[in-house]
Design a protein around this ligand. Structure first.
Ligand SMILES: Cc1cc2nc3c(=O)[nH]c(=O)nc-3n(C[C@H](O)[C@H](O)[C@H](O)COP(=O)(O)O)c2cc1C
Length: 322
């Protein structure tokens, strides 16, 4: 396939696995890149610059294809050493950086001086225009359906993909609710040059999350995710489970961040991912979980998506034939 995104990055298929805190590690990242997409490791997961360096080297041992490092620009209670991360990723020759959380303006100079291609996540048109104006190379859309942090404004991915695509000149990736080849074609039909996926890549063989979590995802339908933390201006789409229901109930009662913290803390999320207690804490999961029916290898998933995309194009062509 050829789009401006595949040309920009030098990859075969316009499918990116976005950064995923705790989930976006070397094995999954390399598997996506090896299969022709763009894999990502998440710097914030690594905790220190030296750990990030090790993880980058691990990816480089597994693939010599392009991959990305996600930099979190979200406000954080514990300071994130992004300057150190940037130094390391440039030093290690990482070609692509995905930024999210707030405008990447403050990091653009160092990333560009280091020769990086920057893809920034945007929950709305105004953010996309701003990102373009500060020199990012591509933007990815964060629609309402998205697993992880959507915007505050609840705009669906379909409309946002179209609106962002018609409002910026740089390549756009549709994001939020994409999980198969039909979605890929839909995003391209709306003007995007590819898609970014998260939730679907949690349930592949190379993802480190516990098998219980993957099986929960296979069994789940599209109703089994919910947005929590909107009352504290940090919306997070997560799996619908005992803890997320409790968080929502507390938010309705006006709970503060400090009161919610024992439930939304990352250590409980780790209990889910690594011990398989699916009700142990909140964990990011998009509505597209309703599409997940199996746990393929990354390569199988990607090849299937390309086949589906081709069938989808055929279907559309037939529909428009006289
Ligand atoms: C478990 C999980 C963790 C995520 N963590 C991050 C993150 O740390 N940084 C980030 O920019 N996006 C994060 N995301 C968002 C993804 O990179 C991607 O944009 C999103 O999942 C796309 O929507 P989808 O889940 O509907 O495919 C996360 C998503 C999931 C499912």
């Amino acid at each position: 396939m050829k789009t401006r995104f595949t040309e920009l990055i030098g990859i075969e298929y316009p499918i990116m696995c976005g950064g995923m805190f705790q989930v976006g590690r070397a094995e999954l990242c390399a598997a996506v890149s090896e299969a022709g997409g763009l894999g990502t490791i998440t710097s914030a997961t690594q905790g220190t610059a030296e750990n990030l360096r090790k993880e980058i080297r691990k990816v480089k041992e597994l693939t010599n294809k392009p991959f990305a490092v996600n930099l979190s620009l979200f406000p954080s209670a514990r300071p994130i050493p992004n300057d150190d991360y940037i130094e390391v990723l440039i030093d290690e020759g990482v070609k692509v950086v995905e930024t999210s959380g707030q405008s990447p303006e403050t990091v653009m100079k160092s990333l560009k001086d280091g020769g990086c291609i920057v893809i920034h996540k945007v929950p709305g048109v105004k953010y996309a225009k701003k990102a373009e104006s500060v020199g990012v190379d591509a933007v990815s859309v964060v629609g309402f359906e998205t697993g992880g942090h959507p915007g505050m404004e609840d705009i669906g991915s379909l409309l946002l993909t179209k609106l962002v695509s018609q409002n910026v000149k740089i390549p756009v990736l549709g994001g939020g609710g994409f999980g198969d080849g039909h979605g890929l074609v839909a995003a391209i039909a709306l003007g995007a040059e590819g898609i970014v996926m998260g939730t679907r890549f949690m349930a592949v063989k190379e993802s480190i999350v516990h098998d219980n979590v993957k099986q929960w995802m296979v069994n789940a339908d599209e109703y089994q995710s919910v947005i929590v933390q909107k009352s504290i201006s940090s919306p997070n789409r997560v799996a619908l489970n005992e803890v997320s229901k409790q968080v929502l109930a507390m938010e309705e009662q006006g709970a503060s961040f400090e009161e919610l913290l024992p439930l939304i803390t990352g250590s409980r999320t780790n209990q889910v991912y690594f011990e398989g207690d699916v009700n142990g804490g909140i964990w990011s999961c998009g509505q597209v979980v309703g599409l997940i029916e199996d746990i393929p290898s990354t390569k199988e998933l990607m090849m299937r998506m390309i086949k589906e995309a081709q069938q989808s194009c055929q279907f559309v062509n037939n529909a428009f034939a006289d």
